[in-house]
Write a protein that binds this ligand. Sequence first.
Ligand SMILES: Cc1cc2nc3c(=O)[nH]c(=O)nc-3n(C[C@H](O)[C@H](O)[C@H](O)COP(=O)(O)O)c2cc1C
Length: 402
Amino acid sequence: MSDLDSEQSWSGLPAAEVLTYAGLLEEFETVNVLAPLVRCSKLPFRHLTSLYETHVTHTPMILAEEFSRSQKARTSDFTTSREERGVFWMEPRRNGRRGGAVGADELDQPGPSRRRSQTCGSLPHNRLPPSPSPPTSSFRLVRGCLIAQFASPNGPSLADAAELISPYVDGLDLNCGCPQKWAYNEGIGCALLRKPELVGDMVRCVKDRMGWDFPVSVKIRIDPELRLTEQLVQTAIHAGVSHITIHGRNRHQASTEPVNLDGIKFAVECAKGEVPCVGNGDIWTMEECVKMRETGVRGVMGARGLLANPALFAGYEKTPDHAIEQFMSLTVDYGLIFPLFQKHMAYMLESRLARPQRAWFNQLPSTVAGIEYLKGTGLDFESKRGTVWDARRGRSAPSVPI
Ligand SMILES: Cc1cc2nc3c(=O)[nH]c(=O)nc-3n(C[C@H](O)[C@H](O)[C@H](O)COP(=O)(O)O)c2cc1C
């Protein structure tokens, strides 16, 4: 990353390949994922993590019924930009399966093959990978994926939401893990964990509407009664999910309790290799990523660890200054309401600012005041905007409401 602004040649890069999320999981060694995070995994933060080896990002959980009913809900719940997906050098799996990838030049062609691998209207040809050349000649240049996560108590609402959002994303994830009481009472989130048949019906309903190639996944928690996890995983697979994300806690466990890696391993075994799995829970360091992979998952999903350090997957032990500066810049480019800017900064600055400084920052009234304060601590995104950073970010990105 230190060579980012140096005078290296960026010419002659191949076109980035575009794969589905499941395709990435099947073909590459290391797939890093930003979790769905209510209020937090919005466009500026997703874009930020995509600068730091986060290959797949998720929207926050969106309520499908509201989304399909109300333009106001759509505008506040989802914005995207052509540039938000990153471009990465990725290492093929040693036993990986080649196929299903589509060169960027093929993507302007209409027809079923385009539908299968590419669901976004147009591509960010103008983003650069982190370095001009691959670490070894076997690495491939690949575009990342954006997944919309929805909560729904029924199939038709989910299919309506899928239809509306599909031109802008690369797949849909069904939330089966939100543990909050209001969600449980509404029959969404973890209320679905013990309703495998309903989950299966919802997956099929989306596929019937969108076509069988449209990627649909589920994010589940493990059940204290493991046979129920097995039933859910197998039912979801038979309904046609492209992959399964497993949060290694049950619905009664707070995030302060350690993640249950054996539970994740069990769920992966239940999938019997029929679809790839992604592991989630307590990813704060690269060592924890390695331990997570030992459960048999193909991808690793970070949540609080990425909020604290968005550059975690790029190997940084704590948030580098340039990540904070990039976030300031993306906030200005895209716009982000001040309370959310402040919330993200509180996570990211925890290891950088002393408690009194953070208390001062938290009582500031506006983004402008926040940025001025941060400039005073030496974080100055305006003077340090390098041309390579700008090209990596695909700069000048107006967000697109739908
Ligand atoms: C602020 C916040 C918001 C979250 N929002 C969602 C959400 O919208 N959808 C979801 O499936 N999980 C959500 N989660 C759960 C995370 O995706 C993840 O499963 C959980 O935090 C465990 O990962 P961790 O131990 O690495 O934090 C949220 C978690 C946090 C901390």
